[in-house]
Design a protein around this ligand. Structure first.
Ligand code: GUN
Length: 296
């Protein structure tokens, strides 16, 4: 293996430490405790795991955690009522509605009912627009974590060729906006891209966010490139359930200059950035200076 490993686990721990320090300062000097409300509709097992982890880490950094677990058949009106209450609650600075929602609920409507200032996911249409026009916004957590790792590794990203594989609203599109904001030359590729292999080979920075296990082999990677693997796919290998990314790690690590592993790469950064966004939202709500290094 030639690539250096970008260790998201320890990076995320350092972000949580910064968040905890800032939370202590907010409490001691300003009498304010940042609060995060997480709303889970239904009983999707993966979502339950994520929500539990978010609640646990929120408490560990000293913030207040409010969990709302709702029945899978809750009406849209009742869900919107809850969000209206959370929007008005001064103890709550961040609101996250875990996705995906059951099919009878209109996700766009629900997300856009969150106060944009409390939208710590950065999914509200106002935050999407602010990010797209280079204005101060709430930035989606996974792309924010990827950008922090890229900045840490490269310093300036200016002029680099970046290829984002995947065009989701949660990762691909905001990731592309962030890289554009860093003056990269950005391509968004996806399942219909004509020559995906050749497109990937152009990338100095290759971000894989397609949700297909090991879809990107090493011979799609430019020698020396930085590979950010957002995929978290559960597959069976040698009779065991294992986690793999969207990139074929062993072959890509022979070619890349740096690469994020799965697990232990981008994954841990997402919740760390959620905590960072909640502190940022709390500071903005109280007219206080924002902590350094926790947003872009
Ligand atoms: N489901 C998968 N990823 C996310 C995320 O980042 N935020 C929310 N709200 N739901 C998700």
């Amino acid at each position: 293996m030639t690539a250096s490993i970008l260790d998201g686990k320890s990076f995320a721990a350092s972000i949580r430490e910064k968040v905890a320090e800032h939370v202590a300062r907010l409490k001691n000097e300003h009498g304010v405790t940042p609060g995060l409300a997480v709303v889970l509709v239904g009983e999707d097992p993966a979502s339950q795991v994520y929500v539990r982890s978010k609640g646990k880490q929120t408490v560990e950094v000293g913030m207040a955690s409010f969990e709302h677990k709702l029945a899978p058949d809750i009406s849209e009106a009742d869900l919107l009522d809850l969000i209206t209450k959370l929007n008005a609650d001064p103890e709550i600075h961040g609101i996250l509605v875990q996705l995906p929602l059951p099919a009878h609920l209109n996700s766009d409507l629900v997300i856009n009912s969150i106060d944009p200032a409390k939208d710590v996911d950065g999914f509200h249409i106002s935050n999407v627009g602010l990010l797209g026009t280079g204005q101060k916004s709430m930035v989606p957590c996974t792309p924010l974590g990827c950008l922090m790792m890229l900045r840490d590794h490269h310093g300036s990203l200016s002029g680099l060729e970046a290829v984002v594989v995947g065009r989701s609203n949660i990762v691909g599109k905001p990731m592309a906006q962030l890289l554009l904001g860093e003056s990269c030359t950005v391509t968004i590729a996806h399942s219909r891209t004509k020559d995906l292999a050749e497109t990937c080979r152009r990338a100095d920075i290759l971000v894989a966010a397609v949700g297909r296990a090991e879809m990107i082999p090493g011979d799609w990677v430019k020698p020396g490139a930085t590979v950010i693997d957002v995929g978290i796919n559960r597959i069976e290998r040698d009779g065991k359930r294992v986690l793999v990314g969207d990139v074929h790690f062993d072959s890509a690590a022979q070619v890349a200059g740096a690469i994020t592993p799965v697990p232990g790469g981008v994954g841990p950064m997402t919740i760390a950035c959620l905590l960072a966004n909640t502190v940022t939202a709390c500071c903005r709500a109280n007219g206080l200076p924002e902590p350094d290094g926790l947003t872009v």
